[in-house]
Ligand binder design. Structure first.
Ligand code: 0O2
Length: 204
């Protein structure tokens, strides 16, 4: 097989896995919404990491470009981001995904309870997605990021700023960004409090 054909083959499997994951999420979230008459999800975004980004990540990890190394070191070729309204929705979403019979959770990181040093917060689930091929079932890894609208606002803008200053963000800017992440956290807590009050009224 030529190198180009080999890459096509690898990326095609990830593409199928992304479709499979999108469908699974559509079903389990749709079922949850129907059962609870609630709408916890604001929007969902999915993406496939490009060949260039995969190569960049392998280079950063100082390992050779092989299919085995992609599997071993690049856990987010398939990436899905679920943006929820309230904090409690994020944790409901985590539980729904964890109870899916088709997805297997490999690793979870609660960067909401333990934010990264940058201030980044989100709930990450690394999962295995089954691919039903003609002769066997293949499991492909994917990453699901679950966060609130406010966390998404911070992460998107911080990501944009990082790109504008790819070398090194000056310390004072890092501090400012961290301080913004604390404001985001405070907003999420306030909105959750309001949501809990409204829920009490509507449940009665
Ligand atoms: P992109 O362009 O969003 O895909 P690794 O995946 O090996 O680099 P690790 O520790 O295995 O690192 O994964 P981690 O840290 O759980 O998740 C990495 C992803 O989380 C990143 O993917 C970002 O999407 C997001 N993330 C982590 N830290 C930050 C942060 O400080 N700011 C922002 N905006 N996003 C963050 P990529 O591949 O780095 O980028």
């Amino acid at each position: 097989m030529t190198e180009e054909k080999n890459w096509e083959n690898i990326l095609l499997r990830y593409k199928f896995a992304k479709t499979m994951l999108e469908k699974e999420l559509e079903i389990i979230i749709g079922d949850y919404e129907h059962r609870t008459s609630s709408h916890p999800v604001e929007h969902i975004k999915s993406r496939l990491k490009s060949k260039e980004s995969i190569l960049k990540k392998l280079e950063k990890k100082k390992v050779k470009t092989t299919p085995e190394n992609i599997k071993k070191y690049v856990h987010d070729v398939v990436g899905i981001r679920i943006v929820c309204s309230f904090l409690s929705d994020v944790y409901d979403m985590v539980n729904i995904i964890k109870s899916s019979k088709n997805l297997k959770v490999l690793e979870e990181n609660d960067y909401i309870k333990n934010p990264k040093s940058s201030g980044y917060s989100s709930y990450h689930l690394n999962i295995l997605i089954p691919l039903y091929l003609e002769e066997n079932i293949e499991y492909i890894e994917g990453e699901i990021q679950i966060r609130t609208l406010a966390m998404d606002f911070w992460a998107s803008l911080e990501h944009k700023l990082q790109y504008k200053l790819p070398e090194n963000i000056p310390v004072y800017l890092r501090r400012e960004l961290y301080s913004c992440s604390e404001e985001v956290k405070s907003l999420d807590t306030k909105m959750q409090h309001l949501y809990d009050i409204v829920k009490k009224y509507t449940d009665n």
